[in-house]
Design a protein around this ligand. Structure first.
Ligand code: M6R
Length: 619
């Protein structure tokens, strides 16, 4: 949700900023902008509606020199996505330029106060209020920029990550954060001279340095060309920065020969899952070792209840986790939309365990949900992908899913990574609680180890989805059905299709059809049914009959060797047999591929679908 890049050092800033914006473009692509202070002392701002390429085109014949700069890629909240509302924003005197990620909730009040003080505004954004406020503070208190930023932020209600340039001080870059992520990269150029990088995440930084500092809430930092870094809180109390080493490689941020990140990430799933389970699932000893559970054994064993908070795809993974944990551990599990949970005065007990599931670890609603749970004394556990992310740091303990950077806006490998991690969690708790018989526990461990191989088989044996998907580009609606563990897969399949192809799709528990949605079925309606030869197979067969009698088109996901459902279907995708609880990790793959190829056939921008952003750091 908006991406920020910054640089100060001895190199030219513009190429670093543009490359960084391309890496962060998945966070928002409504507009992009860049600002530098040139050696002539000019503070330039260039902006463009749309993507980073449009910005580059505008900058092609401009003076973009300068060794200090900030840049921004926007996901619009306040003000339509046009050039005027694009960041960076100038202050009234044009001495300051600022980029911002987050939402200033009291911006209307602040703007009215500033207008009373003869400030005029060009844009509809909350961000312009911030930069004007900083300048106002400079004038009011006759103070330096750093103090003015501290003072201005004391008046602000809301979330922000900001970076700011001051024409009169070309040797200093200032940034601050509250609620929105910001990382400082500390490096040295090829001549050994100090330099600093800024990024909303580590992707624009990793090429230059692996030494980073995660700025904390209400911290303000200044970096200068001599390598000095000063971090304080808003009350000007010095904070000690904690340097961390990034574990990420550059290759993971490239498409590696695939036309889209999404396709690459779908195909990466077998390997990603191997990494997820490595060291945790010990097939020879038929054991599960999860340090997060071992270290907090009593919290889980004595938990009155587990509440899982998540959004979107992560919520679907959480639902699968609920089914498994309840079955394996006999602990009641509630799955909550974080955005609802945070505002509805939920009952939370101190002996509840609250698990936040989030790929980015930055989703504002999920973060707020666990902050609420913390106030009630619950034990907080994170299941995140991005290492060092806000949710990972806000929780008491956790397990990373370790599937590597996910760049495509539509979540794929993070979903299967979350599911496998929740399965490991369930197995680890069951082991401590002794709620699974030994032979069942060992059988589940053995079978889970085979899932990456079975995922590979699924990918290799569904290659014709590409040509098959072409037939569905005309469809305006889809229904997805599943039962038990496959109901969340139906939800996930429907979400994947709508978010990247813009075709309306709904997921339902298969037996719910007859309570209403079946009225939608006619010969025009494709119905995707997840029908593995397990669990409620016979019941699902009956549900398929009901749809066929209404002339719906059946697309099924079936177990290898199945003839009955295959015979009833217009099209089928095949998956290998596995235990009921593990089917979701296989069944979701053809659904991911189906949505991918339908979207490609419709000419959609698969990796950057309209109106969406990868990290939703606003409410
Ligand atoms: O980073 P998170 O897992 O917290 O993100 C939650 C949702 O925003 C995310 O899963 C979203 O639904 C994806 N675009 C789905 O593909």
């Amino acid at each position: 949700m908006c991406g920020i890049v910054g640089y100060i050092g001895e190199q030219q800033a513009y190429p670093i900023l543009i490359k960084g914006l391309h890496r962060l473009e998945y966070r928002g692509y409504d507009s992009a902008g860049v600002s530098m202070i040139g050696s002539n002392g000019n503070l330039t701002v260039y902006k463009a509606k749309g993507k980073v390429n449009a910005l580059e085109a505008i900058c092609a014949d401009k003076d973009v020199s300068g060794t200090i700069g900030i840049a921004h890629t926007r996901w619009a909240t306040h003000g339509e996505p046009n050039e005027v509302n694009a960041h960076p924003h100038y202050s009234q005197s044009k001495n300051l330029a600022l980029v911002h990620n987050g939402i200033i909730e009291n911006y209307k009040t602040l703007r009215a106060e500033m207008e009373n003080n003869n400030y005029t505004f060009c844009s509809d954004t909350d961000t312009e209020v911030l930069v004007q406020l900083v300048e106002y503070m400079q004038e009011l208190h006759h103070c330096d920029l750093f103090t003015a930023v501290q003072n201005a932020l004391k008046h602000v209600v809301g979330a922000y990550a900001i970076a700011i340039l001051d024409r009169s001080n070309p040797d200093q870059l200032i940034c601050a954060r509250k609620g929105s992520p910001l990382i400082i990269g500390v490096g040295k150029d090829s001549n050994g001279r100090a330099e600093f990088y800024l990024g909303s995440d580590a992707t624009p930084i990793i090429e230059y340095t692996d030494q980073v500092i995660y700025l904390k809430d209400e911290e303000v930092a200044s970096m200068d060309r001599s390598g000095r870094l000063n971090i304080t809180n808003l009350a000007n109390v010095a904070q000690t920065p904690q340097m961390q080493t990034l574990e990420m490689n550059l290759e993971a941020l490239e498409k590696g020969g695939y036309p889209h990140f999404m396709l690459k990430e779908i195909w990466e799933q077998p390997q990603a899952l191997r990494t997820s389970i490595r060291g945790r699932l010990q097939v020879q000893d038929r054991d599960v070792l999860l340090s997060g559970i071992i270290d907090n054994r009593d919290k889980f064993v004595n938990a009155r209840r587990i509440i899982i908070c998540a959004c979107g795809t992560s919520w679907h993974a959480a639902l699968i986790g609920k089914y498994f944990i309840e079955e394996a551990c006999h602990i009641p599990v509630e799955v909550e939309y974080a955005s609802e949970f945070r505002y509805r005065n939920p009952v939370i007990y101190p002996d509840d365990v609250v698990i936040a599931v989030s790929q980015s670890g930055e989703t504002a609603d999920t973060l707020a949900a666990i902050q609420l749970a913390k106030q009630h004394g619950a034990f907080l556990y994170g299941v995140c992908n991005v290492i060092g992310s806000s949710i990972a740091r806000a929780t008491d303990s956790g397990t990373y899913i370790h599937v590597g950077p996910e760049i495509g806006v539509a979540s794929t490998k993070a979903f299967t990574g979350q599911v496998v991690t929740l399965m490991l969690l369930g197995l680890a708790i069951a082991k401590e609680k002794k709620t699974l018989a030994d032979d069942m526990f060992h059988m589940l461990v053995n079978e889970l180890c085979l899932i990456p191989e079975k995922m590979q088989w699924t990918l290799e044996n569904n290659k014709d989805i590409d040509s098959f998907a072409q037939m569905f580009t005309y469809c305006r609606n889809f229904i997805y059905l599943g039962r038990g563990y496959n109901y969340p897969v139906a939800l996930e399949g429907a979400l994947k299709l709508k978010e990247i192809s813009y075709i309306h799709a709904e997921g339902y528990p298969a037996a719910e059809m007859k309570h209403g949605p079946i009225a939608l079925v006619d010969e025009e309606m494709p119905v995707v049914v997840i029908a593995p030869k397990r669990g409620m197979y016979e019941k699902v067969v009956s549900n398929i009959q009901e749809i066929k009698s209404r002339k719906g088109k059946i697309i099924s996901v079936v177990t290898e060797g199945d003839k009955v459902v295959r015979g009833m279907s217009d099209y089928s995708f095949v998956i290998p047999d596995t235990r009921d609880c593990f089917v979701p990790m296989l069944a979701v793959i053809p659904l991911q591929l189906l949505s991918y190829y339908v979207a490609v056939a419709k000419g959609r921008n698969v990796d950057q679908p309209r109106n969406l952003a990868k990290s939703v750091t606003v409410e």
